[in-house]
Design a protein around this ligand. Structure first.
Ligand code: ZN
Length: 139
């Protein structure tokens, strides 16, 4: 295990822009408050989505494309630096009209409406390639 203490320097709420990309909006919030690291939760609705599932045998992400309106029943993630850029690692549980859920790593989605709670950390978190998992994990 690799751990550290984090110091919160600000807590923000934001409403995401209709028609914008969900993850890009969270990265824009991190830019706006100049945070290289933080933790967020969010909820709302999207008009489409691309989730990714990481296959632990193939060490590959496989996309799940959904072209229909969905509720963002729950979304959680964090912001860290990846190749020097702020990256919002985002996971979401999305639901259909009958309540059926789809979930995974959210690569992109078009915002219908969204509300985010973001806690900014004082010091950056950085990601780097991990040989074992072939993922970009925290240093
Ligand atoms: Zn993920």
């Amino acid at each position: 295990m690799n751990y550290r203490e984090v110091e919160s320097v600000g807590t923000y709420v934001a409403r995401l822009e209709t028609g914008a990309d969900w993850r890009t909006e969270i990265e824009a919030l991190a830019d706006a408050v100049d945070a290289d690291a933080g933790w967020f939760s969010a909820l709302g609705a999207v008009s489409d989505a691309e989730l990714w599932f990481y296959d632990q045998n193939d060490l590959e992400y496989y996309p799940i494309e959904v072209d229909e309106p969905l509720e963002v029943a729950s979304c959680v993630g964090n912001v860290a630096l990846l190749d020097g850029e702020r990256f919002a690692h985002t996971h979401a549980v999305l639901s259909r009209p009958d309540g059926e859920a789809l979930a995974g790593h959210l690569n992109r989605a078009t915002v219908f409406a969204g509300e985010v709670h973001f806690q900014a950390f004082a010091r950056p978190l950085e990601r780097a390639h991990d040989e074992t998992t072939d993922l970009d994990l925290w240093l």
